[in-house]
Write a protein that binds this ligand. Sequence first.
Ligand SMILES: Nc1ncnc2c1ncn2[C@@H]1O[C@H](COP(=O)(O)OP(=O)(O)OP(=O)(O)O)[C@@H](O)[C@H]1O
Ligand SMILES: Nc1nc2c(c(=O)[nH]1)N=C(CO)CN2
Length: 204
Amino acid sequence: MGNVPNTNQSHHAPGMDALAHTAVLALGSNLGESETTLEQAAADLVHLSGGAVRLVGASGLYVTEPVGGPADQPDYINAILEVRTSLDPYALLVLCQQVEAHHHRVRLVRWGPRTLDIDVITYDDLVSDDPVLTLPHPRAHERAFVLVPWEQANPQAQLMVRTASGWANRAVAELAREVSAADSHANVNAVKLLRPMNFMPEEA
Ligand SMILES: Nc1ncnc2c1ncn2[C@@H]1O[C@H](COP(=O)(O)OP(=O)(O)OP(=O)(O)O)[C@@H](O)[C@H]1O
Ligand SMILES: Nc1nc2c(c(=O)[nH]1)N=C(CO)CN2
């Protein structure tokens, strides 16, 4: 799964059993040194959590055309991380916001350029309409810059999507194909694999 060193086996990872929850995080940046920012953010999530977050999967770094926001903003670098965590969903969101702050996130307009954005895409199978933490992320299913890297990180990934009659569990791979057919801005052609993420040895 992804490019993270295979250290998520229990004999390499004391305490892994306590990391009972799985979450998917989407990272994006289009200001500053975006590639290193995303790699550093992955390390920060692990280190700032004090052992409460472990990386278990990662996509490569993707170059993606901006969706929404000002027309003239630079392309983004996007990536997906799959983590195991003992944090509850709100504590995980706070951690993501701390890592954003650590990278001096600046954002002046909605969907405008930013040094680092970390969205919680899913947390176990939790569904919530809370505006502070909406799960799954309400726009994930329509964003090629989330779906395409996520499929690479985990080809078997599933996402709960709201339908007219309730919720449906959909394959991320299938959703990625659908958005590419439906919307030129979300077209998978506008989402290009740049390279694998580099991880520091102590990080995984
Ligand atoms: N699943 C989620 N992940 C991250 N933030 C969320 C989520 N659900 C709700 N929020 C809330 O959204 C607020 C605004 O988030 P943010 O500024 O990152 O939005 P954005 O990245 O500009 O746009 P988008 O939400 O479309 O990605 C945050 O304060 C946070 O409380
Ligand atoms: N390509 C791309 N476009 C975006 C992104 C992003 O991460 N990548 N994030 C947004 C708000 O979260 C709005 N638009």
